[in-house]
Design a protein around this ligand. Structure first.
Ligand SMILES: O=C([C@H](O)CO)[C@H](O)[C@H](O)COP(=O)(O)O
Length: 206
């Protein structure tokens, strides 16, 4: 099980300070959507150059013009690009094709998906990596429920990531579902001591 740190709502220097503190305990580094909107592909490139042995996830949340956006992120050094599950099948196919050309991967973000029909369709399109996602704004009302895992319980071909306000209190229940990747943003990035928190979460995962 891998730990992915999500860099969201941070300034450029804060991203690098945070990564210096957490690099030993995180496996995958997510350049968050807002960070990409602020600093563009330049920060994806910089992070890959600084952390070449980490897997870099560009959280593009692509939903259209998939070919172009996937190329942009892969050219900048991303190893994985996120694409929204509700995108047209053509978008999913195009991004998967680009990923194959670059020998990289697509992670399909299942935010908002409630129907298993879409899961079957995604499998048939050749998707192999998905993220169960309880959104930031949804978290204002309630916490993520582990019922979210029901969506993929019949899809044995997927590698599954999970995200949505995960912290040291919610992690034990999540680990029981054996996801491949646990994505943690604010519990690490807003912590007084991000190094300690990421080490603790990694220890709990292991
Ligand atoms: O993808 C994310 C969200 O949509 C904001 O862009 C976050 O990276 C993801 O939810 C993890 O962050 P936390 O919920 O703060 O753990």
């Amino acid at each position: 099980m891998k730990l992915q740190v999500a860099l969201d709502r941070l300034e450029r220097d804060e991203c690098f300070e945070l990564l210096e503190e957490t690099k030993a305990s995180v496996d995958w580094i997510e350049v968050g959507t807002g960070v990409i909107k602020e600093f563009g592909m330049a920060i994806v490139r910089e992070i890959k150059v600084s952390y070449p042995s980490h897997t870099i996830v560009a959280d593009m949340k692509t939903c259209d013009a998939g070919k172009h956006e996937a190329k942009q992120a892969f050219e900048a050094g991303a190893d994985i690009v996120t694409v929204m599950a509700f995108s047209a099948d053509q978008t999913i196919k195009d991004t998967l094709n680009v990923a194959q050309q670059y020998n990289k991967r697509i992670m399909i973000d299942l935010l908002g998906v409630t129907d298993k029909k879409r899961i079957v369709e995604l499998e048939n399109l050749g998707v192999d990596l998905v993220s169960l996602h309880f959104g930031k704004d949804m978290q204002q009302e309630k916490e993520m429920s582990t019922n979210l895992f029901d969506l993929v319980n019949e899809a044995s071909n997927f590698e599954v990531a999970v995200a949505g306000g995960i912290n040291e209190h919610s992690l034990p229940d999540i680990v029981k579902h054996n996801p491949n990747i646990v994505i943690v943003g604010s519990a690490i990035t807003s912590a007084d001591n991000p190094k300690d928190v990421s080490l603790k979460l990694k220890g709990m995962i292991n």
